[in-house]
Design a protein around this ligand. Structure first.
Ligand code: NAD
Ligand code: UDP
Length: 323
């Protein structure tokens, strides 16, 4: 049976890919977004589809809809975006969660919440399993995002305990792919944009800090598998690619795959509270969802570079000066 599905943050990088998949499956999709970090071009191709609807709305205000499922993705995700207006970031996480949970409670919808590996902070356990409680600085520049996301998880589990709302929490690790905002300041978009115009590739710190990069198609498979679990399984579940790379290795791969003449430079010190390592333990996702990523970094980067070659970056407005 066709389901009515709300995707908050549906015009963003991950949200627009999710909307694509849900529209293709024939679901009745409502995308809610305030376009803080995205633009209509991400979902332009969906606007004339009869089973897609766009509502410009800020999730810090309640929204009244009748839906069967909710994917809650609305939140700036890149450090330069979420640190631009940190109070708004916390509001979006916390008040956004309260509003969509209230909606889920009223209409009996299942809600999937996009949490993050940032709930682990700068981890001293490696790789990070879901049972690890994290090492987050509650007063640092990343706290608006990290603590906002942690509070949103708390709300999810309290609405489950108190109001029996059917929740599914996924902790997403660094994900990349086509439709990343070219000026979001994240490492993959920065390096590719720089490589394609022959600018210096800007490594922060010594480049030995690591991340594990998941290609967007794999991640969307994981999110949809989590929503589809028939029994009550709230998670949280890590979703990410466990193959870990240093930022320097990433820079080298981007230069090689793009055929760029850019030089790699150590441009500035590591930002405050920048995690030194990050790698998901995806044992739980393998066991409960039968999910694991399939696309290797080289393949995913090649596809992402192709997309960046095709777009005209002058059509993109930098959402904040922080890139
Ligand atoms: P994105 O910035 O591309 O998308 C976020 C979307 O939410 C944007 O379209 C933005 O305009 C919208 N938005 C922001 N504040 C809003 C508000 N108050 N009301 C309505 N809409 C609002 O980022 P993304 O990478 O697609 O991330 C999507 C979700 O996944 C976020 O919740 C993020 O925290 C989470 N996540 C992403 C990653 C990743 O690597 N991409 C990693 C961990 C978690
Ligand atoms: N980074 C970098 N150069 C850039 C952008 C980012 O070296 O131009 C580093 C950043 O300091 C961090 C890593 O790349 O160590 C990943 O940064 P990103 O902002 O993509 O995401 P994070 O995982 O830190 O949220």
């Amino acid at each position: 049976m066709i389901k009515r599905i709300l995707v908050t943050g549906g015009a963003g990088f991950l949200g627009s890919h999710l909307c694509d998949r849900l529209v293709e499956r024939g679901e009745d999709v409502i995308c809610v977004d305030n376009f803080f970090t995205s633009q209509k071009s991400n979902i332009e191709h969906l606007l004339d589809r009869p089973n897609f609807e766009l509502i410009r709305h800020d999730v810090t205000h309640p929204v009244f809809l009748e839906v069967d499922q909710i994917y809650n993705l609305a939140c700036p995700a890149a450090p330069g975006h979420y640190q631009f207006n940190p109070i708004k970031t916390t509001k979006t996480s916390v008040m956004g969660a309260i509003n969509v949970l209230g909606l889920a409670k009223r209409v009996g919808a299942k809600i999937l919440h996009a949490s993050t590996s940032e709930v682990y902070g700068d981890p001293d356990v490696h790789p990070q399993p879901e049972s690890y409680r994290g090492n987050v600085n509650p007063i640092g520049p990343r706290a608006c995002y990290d603590e906002g996301k942690r509070a949103a998880e708390t709300l999810m589990f309290d609405y489950r305990r108190q109001n029996r709302v059917n929740i599914a929490v996924v902790r997403i690790f660094n994900t990349y792919g086509p439709r990343m905002h070219p000026y979001d300041g994240r490492v993959v978009s920065n390096f590719i944009r720089q490589a394609l115009v022959g600018e210096e590739i800007t490594i922060y710190g010594d480049g030995l800090q690591s991340r594990s990069f998941c290609y967007v198609d794999d991640l969307i498979d994981g999110i949809m598998s989590m929503m589809a679990v028939p029994e009550e399984f709230p998670g949280p579940v890590n979703l990410g690619n466990p193959n870990e790379f240093t930022i320097r290795q990433l820079a080298e791969q981007v230069v090689e795959l793009s055929g760029s003449s850019s030089t790699i430079v150590t441009a500035r010190p590591l930002p405050e509270d920048d995690p030194t390592q990050r790698q998901p333990d995806i044992g739980l996702a393998r066991e409960r969802l039968g999910w694991e990523p399939r696309i290797e970094l080289r393949e995913g980067l090649a596809r992402t570079i192709e997309w960046f070659r095709r777009i005209d970056v002058s059509n993109f407005r930098a959402p904040t000066p922080n890139f």
